[in-house]
Design a protein around this ligand. Structure first.
Ligand code: IFM
Length: 449
């Protein structure tokens, strides 16, 4: 393993999101989110589960923060459940819900763990969902207002804010493919939702800046570098299209304030006129961000099909024996390439990996130890990829492991375990896996163990 240390000020943390860990969905005046409703629909969640209990973090957060401290975390990225703090979607802040986040932040600061807040990690208040959710332009205004209120309340203590987590997933999984809440299956809706989410990011950035000037803010995109399966024109063309719709559609708008021009005819062919985009929207989306957050899990090797324009290209894997439980190929090279590309093509002020990790189902052995060697290997390889990127001059400032806990993995329910801490969902016992101890060593020594 490389003995080269990470820079002293390189930040190491872990990430979670509200709906995936909090539970307590009908407690203290929280209103339902679109995910509470989606989970109730027949056949939406693989194991028929929901977020009502999850990791009971809402009740156990003090112990959980103590655990983070024991694991040596320097930062903790969590999200606020919008329906907990604004049960009607807008209006007056609901004090009971707010109190939870105030206490969580205080507890973290007390333990010298830096809080990083994500404003939207998918749990839209159901009442806004009923009015059209991200298809309705009004939701952008409500989001900016919510952002402003949260920064007014927590901005004295929380210095890092992420507007959205993974706009592609919100729009495409939620409105186009129907795999996530609200479960719509309509291509045009997918592109409209993507537009409004990005627009609301810009509006929220402005709202955040209007409250305080000492806040660092940005967005988190899920990015998948794409490689053609061969040098054939068909594969290269399919790779361009995949990259355009998955990566550049989001990057270009928030970082350059323009649409990737090659994609416009394709998107129009899918969804008709882009009449939901108004003059000035692109300018609004492009706000000066302090950082770009990247969620990286895997790469895509693309095989195009002859005579199949407009169809999703096939994704291949180079080594089918090295897949995580999500069937995602382990590809640290993809992370290095992605970081170098972002630095060269987009030059964000700074980059943070706001999520990276792997699902493996290792369970405690007879001694209660969880030997998640595959996760340790995955993390080692990705840490090395980060070092390679740093060596190539990438302005990468930190890393958040996904995830602190095993948790509710959306449409997979509790079947996929991403945590470095194992959770017994019956007893709510938490057990650090070997990977958590490995990560603690990395944080302490700054050298990859
Ligand atoms: O669990 C999710 C998270 O909510 C968003 N990014 C990807 C993770 C793993 O699928």
């Amino acid at each position: 393993m490389s003995k080269k240390p990470f820079p002293k000020d390189f930040l190491f943390g872990a990430a979670t999101s509200s709906f995936q860990i909090e539970g307590a969905t009908d407690v203290d005046g929280r209103s339902p989110s679109i995910w509470d409703q989606f989970c109730q629909e027949e056949g939406t969640i693989a194991d028929g589960s929901d977020g009502r209990r999850a990791c009971e973090h809402y009740f156990r957060f003090r112990d959980d923060v103590a655990l983070m401290k024991n694991l040596g975390l320097e930062a903790y990225r969590f999200s606020i459940a919008w329906p907990r703090v604004l049960p009607e979607g807008f209006g007056k802040v609901h004090e009971k819900g707010m109190a939870f986040y105030e206490q969580l932040v205080d507890e973290l600061l007390e333990k010298n763990i830096e809080p990083w807040v994500t404003l939207y990690h998918w749990d839209l208040p159901a009442c806004l969902g009923h009015q059209g959710g991200w298809l309705h332009r009004d939701t952008t205004r409500h989001f900016a207002d919510y952002a402003q209120k949260m920064v007014e309340r927590l901005g004295d203590r929380v210095k890092h804010w992420i507007t959205h987590n993974e706009p592609w997933c919100v729009a495409m999984l939620g409105y186009r493919r129907g795999e996530h809440a609200p479960g719509m299956k309509d291509p045009r809706s997918g592109w409209i939702a993507a537009h409004h989410v990005l627009l609301s990011h810009g509006m929220a950035m402005q709202a955040i800046r209007s409250v305080r000037s000492d806040i660092k803010a940005g967005i988190t995109l899920n990015l998948t570098p794409a490689y053609p399966a061969s040098d054939s024109a068909v594969d290269r063309e399919a790779t361009r299209a995949f990259d355009g719709s998955f990566n550049r559609w989001y990057l270009d708008q928030v970082l350059k304030g323009c649409l990737p021009i090659d994609m416009v005819p394709e998107v129009e062919a899918e969804c008709g006129a882009l009449d939901f985009m108004r003059n000035g929207d692109l300018d609004l989306m492009k706000q000066d961000m302090d950082f770009l957050g990247i969620n990286y899990y895997s790469r895509a090797i693309i095989r195009g099909e002859e005579n199949a324009p407009g169809q999703m290209p096939r994704r291949l894997t180079q080594d089918p024996t090295d897949l995580t439980d999500m069937d995602w190929e382990v590809s640290p090279e993809g992370l290095r390439d992605l970081l170098v590309r972002l630095q060269m093509e987009y030059q964000p002020r700074s980059l943070y990996i706001t999520e990276n990790g792997a699902a493996y189902d290792d369970a405690p052995d007879a001694q209660g130890r969880i030997r998640d060697e595959r996760r340790v290997r995955y993390l080692q390889k990705h840490a090395r990829a980060m070092q390679e990127a740093l060596d190539q001059g990438v302005n990468l400032k930190g890393y958040f492991l996904w995830s602190l806990f095993d948790n509710f993995e959306w449409a997979y329910g509790y079947q996929k375990r991403f945590g470095m801490v194992w959770v017994n969902y019956e007893t709510q016992e938490r057990l650090p896996k070997d990977s958590a101890l490995w990560y603690r060593d990395l944080i302490q020594t700054r050298v990859i163990p």
